[in-house]
Design a protein around this ligand. Structure first.
Ligand code: PLP
Length: 434
C-alpha cells in the first residue's frame, strides 16, 4: 500500500547522505543491511503492526525495534502517557513517582528482583550487573556463552576460540586483552563446557551471564536442565547467576524466561519492552546484593537520564497493556498460527530450513535443525537467508536484515497480517526453489 508519492530510491538517497555524517550511515551496525545486501529502508513512521518507509510503503513489521514494540507502534495509550509526561518536563535528574511505579510493576512480574535500578540501555544493565557481581564475590572472571550477546561493553564483547578451557579473545579491536582475558566462554546448552571451565577457574568466577533463551543467534531455547544446571553450578562454586532477560523479559512470558522455565537468577537484567520503545534498561536482584550499590554501598553506578520520566511513562503504559487478562494467551495463539503457516511454506523449500520459536520470538534458519548453540546456528546459509529476506521485503514483510536475528510478533499483528506473511513466505520459498 502506497500512502504518498515520493521518488523511488528515497531511502538510498538518504543512506548516501547519512554515510557522510554517520559511520556506515547507521547508529547500530545491523541496520546497514550488510548481511543481506542493498540499502536499508529509512522508516518514516509506525502504526500498530506496520512500519512505513519514506516512500510511503507499508510493511508488516517483525523487527519491532528489535523487541520492545510488543503492543505495536504508536499505541494510543503509550502515546498519551508519553505526551502527558512530556508536558510536565522531560528530565529533572531528581526522583519522580514514575520510577517507583515502573519498578513496582517490574517487581510484580519478576519477584526475584527484590530491588532494581533503572538505566538507559540493556548494555548499561548488564555492565552494571557484572560490576555488582564482581564486587559481591570479590572475584574477577565471568562466564558467558558463545553466540550470546549482552550489549557492547568491553568484557562482554568476547567469544571463545576453539578451545573451551581458555580465556577470552576480544571480538572487537579496542577491547583490551587484559579485560577480555577475564571473560571465559562456554558453549550454549552444554553444561559440560561450563563444568570444565568451573573445574579450572571456579574459585575466581564472579558470575555466569546467560540469555535464558538465546535470541542473538536466532531463537535457541535452553535444552531441558540447562538453566537448572547453571543454577546448580553457580551455587556449587559460590558464583552468581545473571539472567539477561533484556530480550526475553515480558516477551516469552509475563515473568520472562525465568517464569517459563522455573529457574531464578541472583541478578536479572531487563531492557527493550520495559521502555515501551524509549531507552530503558534495568538491573536488579537479591536485596543483599543491591544494597552494595551506591549510595548505600560502595559500588558506583549512576546516570544523568536514568529513570527518565518520558521513558518511565512509556514503560508503565506498556506494562499496563500487557498485564491485561489473556494478553499472553492471545499472543501465543497468534504465534502458533504463524508458526504453523510458516512451517507449511518452508516445507516446500528445496533448501534445508529450521524454524524455531519460543512464545512471540522466532527464527527461520536455513540449515538442518535443531539449532542448539552457536556452532549449529552458524550453519544457517546467509545466502539463502538474504534471498528469502529480499523476497519477503518486496512483498511488504519487514524482517531483521541479518540471518541470526530473532523475529518478534506483537499484539497488533492481526490474523490478516499473519496470513499475508504466510502467503509471502510461500512465494519466497518458491522463489528460492527457482
Ligand atoms: N542483552 C540482550 C540479551 C540483548 O538482546 C541486548 C540487545 O539486543 C542487550 C543486552 C543490549 O541492549 P541495548 O541494545 O539496549 O544496549
Amino acid at each position: 500500500m502506497v500512502e504518498q508519492c515520493a521518488p523511488r530510491g528515497a531511502s538510498s538517497v538518504l543512506f548516501e547522505r547519512a554515510r557522510r555524517v554517520i559511520p556506515g550511515g547507521v547508529n547500530s551496525p545491523v541496520r546497514a543491511y550488510q548481511s543481506v545486501g542493498g540499502d536499508p529502508l529509512f522508516i518514516q513512521r509506525g502504526e500498530g503492526a506496520y512500519v512505513f518507509d519514506v516512500e510511503g510503503r507499508r510493511y508488516v513489521d517483525y523487527v519491532a525495534s528489535w523487541g520492545p514494540m510488543i503492543v505495536g507502534h504508536c499505541h494510543p495509550k503509550v502515546v498519551e502517557a508519553i505526551t502527558r509526561a512530556a508536558q510536565q518536563g522531560t528530565s529533572f535528574g531528581a526522583p519522580t513517582v514514575s520510577e517507583i511505579e515502573l519498578a513496582e510493576k517490574i517487581r510484580q512480574a519478576f519477584p526475584m528482583m527484590e530491588q532494581l535500578r533503572m538505566v538507559s540501555s540493556g548494555t548499561e544493565a548488564t555492565m552494571s550487573a557484572i560490576r555488582l557481581a564482581r564486587a559481591a564475590t570479590g572475584r574477577q572472571r565471568i562466564i558467558k556463552f558463545e553466540g550470546c550477546y549482552h550489549g557492547h561493553s568491553d568484557g562482554l564483547l568476547v567469544q571463545a576460540g576453539s578451545g573451551l578451557v581458555k580465556t577470552g579473545v576480544p571480538t572487537s579491536p579496542g577491547v583490551p586483552g587484559a579485560v577480555a582475558e577475564l571473560t571465559l566462554t562456554a558453549r550454549y546448552n552444554d553444561l559440560d563446557s561450563v563444568r570444565q571451565l568451573m573445574a579450572q577457574w571456579g574459585a575466581e568466577v564472579a558470575c555466569i551471564i546467560v540469555e535464558p533463551v538465546a535470541g542473538n543467534m536466532g531463537c535457541v531455547p535452553p535444552v531441558d536442565g540447562f538453566l537448572q544446571g547453571l543454577r546448580q553450578v553457580c551455587d556449587d562454586h559460590g558464583s552468581l547467576l545473571i539472567m539477561d532477560e533484556v530480550m526475553t523479559g515480558f516477551r516469552v512470558a509475563h515473568g520472562g524466561a525465568q517464569q517459563r522455565y522455573g529457574v531464578t537468577g541472583d541478578l536479572v537484567t531487563l531492557g527493550k519492552i520495559i521502555g515501551g520503545g524509549l531507552p530503558v534498561g534495568a538491573f536488579g536482584g537479591r536485596a543483599d546484593l543491591m544494597a552494595l550499590l551506591a549510595p548505600n554501598g560502595q559500588v558506583y553506578q549512576a546516570g544523568t537520564l536514568s529513570g527518565n520520566p518520558l521513558a518511565m511513562s512509556a514503560g508503565i503504559a506498556t506494562l499496563n497493556l500487557i498485564a491485561e487478562e489473556g494478553f499472553y494467551r492471545r499472543l501465543e495463539e497468534s504465534a502458533a498460527y504463524l508458526e504453523a503457516g510458516l512451517r507449511s511454506a518452508v516445507a516446500q523449500c528445496s533448501v534445508p530450513t529450521c524454524l524455531q520459536r519460543v512464545g512471540a520470538m522466532f527464527c527461520l534458519y536455513f540449515c538442518e535443525g535443531p539449532v542448539t548453540d552457536f556452532t549449529t546456528a552458524r550453519q544457517s546459509s546467509s545466502a539463502d537467508f538474504a534471498r528469502y529476506f529480499h523476497a519477503m521485503l518486496t512483498q511488504g514483510i519487514y524482517l531483521g536484515p541479518a540471518p541470526l536475528e530473532s523475529s518478534f510478533l506483537g499484539a497488533a499483528h492481526s490474523r490478516e497480517d499473519l496470513d499475508r506473511t504466510i502467503d509471502a513466505a510461500h512465494r519466497a520459498c518458491a522463489a528460492l526453489n527457482g
